[in-house]
Design a protein around this ligand. Structure first.
Ligand SMILES: [Zn+2]
Length: 244
């Protein structure tokens, strides 16, 4: 197979672009800022669920609280009634009964007051948790996103440059050859690589002396194929002829 050396060099540059684009994609994926952002997204989702649960529980406790406060109000009215009756009755036995009722109501009222204070504290704590937890993780999530965007910006700029360069290189290759190049890339990953000394720079294997002797006998426009990975190898003499 013969391909003009300048075109071989162009395809080599195109293949290098592709390798560098793959490298950038991998580096963008493995940014520690991306891992942190992903982790915080999960945390934010958990926190939103927690907040929603806490809000719901606080609402339930608020309903309990109103019921308990209504009970308390009833007890206070009962105590007031007892005291009024006590002021008006002279009969000793009736007074004893009322005094007994007053003491027992007061005990139950005190217990109820303690219970109400407890429920109110619990509800307030839940309301605070529902409000504060969400805000904090949202702030950290926004900061993590900014850090990720900053770390990513240089890689994105580099990717755009390389994408434009690849498009420019492709524009200078006739469609039939470009289709063969794309098919080869699809098949072997790296379609075109340099021969550096004895080494194929696609699969990094050292080629055997017989193969190297065959390559040395080829014209500069003849394409060498790596026997290990099947990529097209561009030899130094072809590069020299192609860049002239
Ligand atoms: Zn190879």
């Amino acid at each position: 197979m013969r391909i003009d050396p300048a075109l071989q060099v162009r395809l080599l540059d195109l293949s290098t672009c592709r390798t560098r684009l793959d490298g950038i994609a991998a580096r963008r994926e493995s940014l520690p800022e991306r891992a942190e952002w992903t982790r915080l997204q999960a945390e934010a989702a958990r926190s939103r669920t927690d907040s929603a649960r806490a809000r719901l529980a606080a609402k339930d406790l608020g309903m309990d609280l109103r019921r308990l406060e209504a009970d308390l109000e009833k007890m206070r009215r009962r105590e007031a009634d007892d005291r009024r009756v006590l002021g008006a009755v002279g009969d000793a036995r009736t007074r004893r009964d009322i005094e007994h009722d007053l003491r027992s109501t007061a005990r139950r009222r005190e217990a109820l007051e303690a219970r109400i204070a407890e429920v109110r504290d619990h509800r307030d704590a839940l309301q605070m948790h529902a409000g504060a937890a969400g805000g904090d993780v949202d702030d950290r999530l926004a900061a993590a996103r900014r850090a990720l965007d900053a770390a990513d910006a240089a890689l994105v700029a580099e990717r755009e440059e390389l994408t434009a360069e690849a498009a420019r290189l492709r524009a200078g290759v006739e469609p039939g050859l470009l289709a063969r190049y794309d098919a080869l890339e699809e098949e072997v990953g790296i379609a075109v690589a340099r021969l550096a000394g004895r080494q194929c720079r696609s699969c990094f294997m050292d080629l055997d002396p017989a193969t190297l002797r065959e390559f040395a006998a080829l014209d500069v426009d003849e394409v060498a194929v790596c026997p290990e990975c099947l990529c097209w190898l561009v030899r130094p003499e072809t590069i020299e002829a192609g860049r002239r």
